[in-house]
Design a protein. Structure first.
Length: 309
């Protein structure tokens, strides 16, 4: 039995979850149990489904051909029916992606699709479409002195006083081979995320990622093909909420598993306590330093609206 921690949860697993930090043995019962077991092709009482998933009351099933069938129950248990020949890396990639997100949705968590760093002791989540350079910008920020928190899943917990906290997803950076080379990180490059994709685990700078950081800034990254420079602007609350609601991880699945009203409520709570910045830039690696400077400047500027930290 292996122990891990991810997104503030203690996890026991029948097999090691690759690239996820181990945890010391704990006397208390785990929050989540991951175990090997049989998962039938059809989820009983499923009331909604997609091309590879099914949803029933407090149960979610994901079928990944040639990898595994995953059953997530009640935000506490994941059963993995692994295909013969599937690698640990392949199984872990889905466990720590869609499966983890589904489990967090079952637990009523707000989950953004973003990379997270800690700058000056405060969390910064960088959101944007897949392939927009979130992980690259996060890695560049860490190379400039920020601390790594998470690569892909930004789980947000609201403390008793309403403070939003970003929880570490436990990952290392996951970067394309070209990015590793351009950032001069070859000496930190580890194994491939999945075969045969040329994306690699890359060890972050500094020590282990902090498990939780108070969240101060959300950066919404947008490609601007016509722009020649990087520009950033703080958003008003209404605009920030409208744009941020589209940044939930696996948006369609999130809206299926959690009522829209709950997600919008959580987004409103988040916007009330954070600075939301729109970062517009051309997709030009030569301007990456400018993007880093713009994010740092935006995070260190005085808040422009009431309620922001």
């Amino acid at each position: 039995m292996f122990r891990h921690r991810v997104c503030g949860l203690s996890v026991t697993s029948d097999f090691v979850l690759t690239d996820l930090p181990g945890a010391e043995d704990e006397a208390s019962a785990p929050d989540v149990v991951v175990r090997a077991g049989a998962v039938p092709p059809a989820l009983p009482d499923a009331f909604r489904s997609g091309p590879a998933w099914q949803l029933a009351n407090r149960a979610f099933q994901l079928d990944v051909p040639a990898v595994a069938r995953f059953l997530v129950r009640d935000g506490r248990e994941v059963v993995v029916d692994r295909d013969v020949g599937a690698s640990d890396a392949d199984v872990s990639a889905f466990l720590r992606g869609t499966v983890l997100a589904a489990l967090l949705f079952q637990r009523g968590q707000l989950v953004l699709h973003g990379a997270t760093v800690c700058l000056d002791g405060r969390g910064v989540v960088i959101c944007g479409r897949s392939g927009s350079g979130k992980s690259t910008l996060a890695a560049a920020l860490c190379a400039s002195g920020a601390a790594f928190v998470g690569d892909d899943i930004a789980a947000i917990r609201f403390e008793a006083d309403g403070t939003p906290t970003a929880l570490s997803d436990g990952r290392s950076h996951r970067l394309w081979a070209e990015t590793v080379e351009q950032l001069n990180l070859s000496d930190r490059r580890g194994a491939r995320v999945r075969q045969p994709i040329a994306k690699f685990h890359v060890a972050p700078f500094g020590g282990p990622a902090p498990e939780a950081v108070p969240l101060a800034t959300v950066v919404l990254m947008r490609e601007s093909p016509s722009a020649r420079t990087v520009a950033s602007s703080a958003l008003e609350a209404a605009d920030a909420a409208a744009l941020l609601s589209a940044e939930t991880y696996r948006r369609r699945l999130a809206r299926t598993m959690r009522p829209d009203g709950e997600i919008l409520r959580d987004v409103a709570r988040l916007v009330a306590r954070t600075r939301v910045v729109l970062l517009e830039r051309p997709m030009d690696f030569a301007l990456l330093d400018d993007a880093v400077a713009a994010v740092v400047a935006a995070c260190r500027s005085e808040p422009s609206r009431p309620g922001a930290p």
